[in-house]
Design a protein around this ligand. Structure first.
Ligand code: NDP
Length: 262
């Protein structure tokens, strides 16, 4: 096992791990020996991911499953408390839970949408980080935030999502400054389109979502959109000791999309 992928004895908490990028990331951490804590709002999906993690874990470690809505402060607190109560430590926090939203500035429900997306994509990260620092300082751990290329460039009707991710990027850079002296690294990954349920949650049908990804496949310089494993691989690298000199960076994983004339 290479050093970059040895997470034996590490406790890794991945939010939004009942599906998509978070689920695949949890399975990868489990494959390389970590004790994973998985969380989301859908209990059935969470159990399914837990089975997949246990199946690949070298020691058959069972994940801790915590049903939680990260937009609720009490759930965030319970998530960290449950993790520490079960394992007495936290090594890696992956703030991955997030959602997209389309809105025009003239939309009558713009402030409701603002609250929803900011509470899920940003406030949760601020609070979970706040709660985690004392534990990560003990383990000299690290934090990976999952942003988007939408934090780096504007997209039509997506200003709320873009703002949430742009703020997450800046939060990461500021926290890298504050937490570096405590021995905690903080990095952010900016993916372009990744084939998950993301577009269906935004409101597209399965067929529309698949059509959108197929259309983008041809436009991306590498000839395809991302898969969850692409982002999981980046997360595992940044979380590993081989990235011990890396903090406060935007790691763009986008198949070249950000620089392409799409
Ligand atoms: P999915 O919709 O496939 O998965 C989202 C995950 O987040 C699910 O596990 C969902 O679980 C969880 N989640 C959503 N809202 C909440 C909440 N309020 N409380 C707790 N859990 C929640 O999306 P992706 O895997 O694609 O997205 C993961 C991250 O990647 C997000 O931050 C997204 O912004 C980012 N991203 C995605 C891209 C893409 O094209 N897919 C591109 C760039 C960035 P449950 O429903 O069980 O609560």
């Amino acid at each position: 096992m290479s050093t970059s992928k040895n997470f034996a004895d590490k406790v890794v908490l991945i939010t939004g791990s009942s599906g998509g990028i978070g689920a695949v990331t949890a399975v990868e951490f489990a494959r390389y020996g970590a004790q994973v804590v998985i969380t989301g709002r859908n209990a059935d999906n969470l159990s399914e991911v837990a089975k997949q993690c246990a199946a690949v874990s070298p020691k058959g470690l069972k994940p801790l499953e915590v049903l939680a809505d990260v937009s609720k402060d009490v759930d965030c607190k319970r998530l960290i408390d449950s993790t520490i109560s079960a394992f007495k430590r936290l090594d890696i926090l992956v703030n991955n839970a997030g959602k997209g939203v389309f809105s025009s500035i003239t939309d009558p429900s713009v402030l409701d949408k603002y609250g929803e997306v900011m509470d899920t994509n940003l406030r949760s990260v601020v609070y979970l980080t706040h709660l985690s620092v004392e534990h990560l300082e003990k383990t000299k751990g690290n934090i990976i935030n999952i942003s988007s290329v939408a934090g780096l460039k504007p997209f039509g009707r997506a200003f709320l999502y873009c703002m949430s991710k742009c703020a997450l990027d800046m939060f990461t850079k500021c926290l890298a400054l504050e937490l570096g002296p405590k021995g905690i690294r903080v990095n952010v990954i900016n993916p372009a389109a990744v084939r998950t349920n993301f577009l269906q949650v935004v409101g597209l049908t399965k067929e529309q979502s698949e059509a959108r990804y197929s259309e983008m496949d041809g436009k991306y310089p590498v000839g395809r959109v991302g898969e969850s494993i692409d982002i999981a691989n980046a997360i595992l690298f940044l979380a590993s000791d081989e990235a011990s000199f890396v903090t406060g960076i935007n790691f763009v994983s986008d198949g070249g999309a950000l620089n392409a004339p799409l």
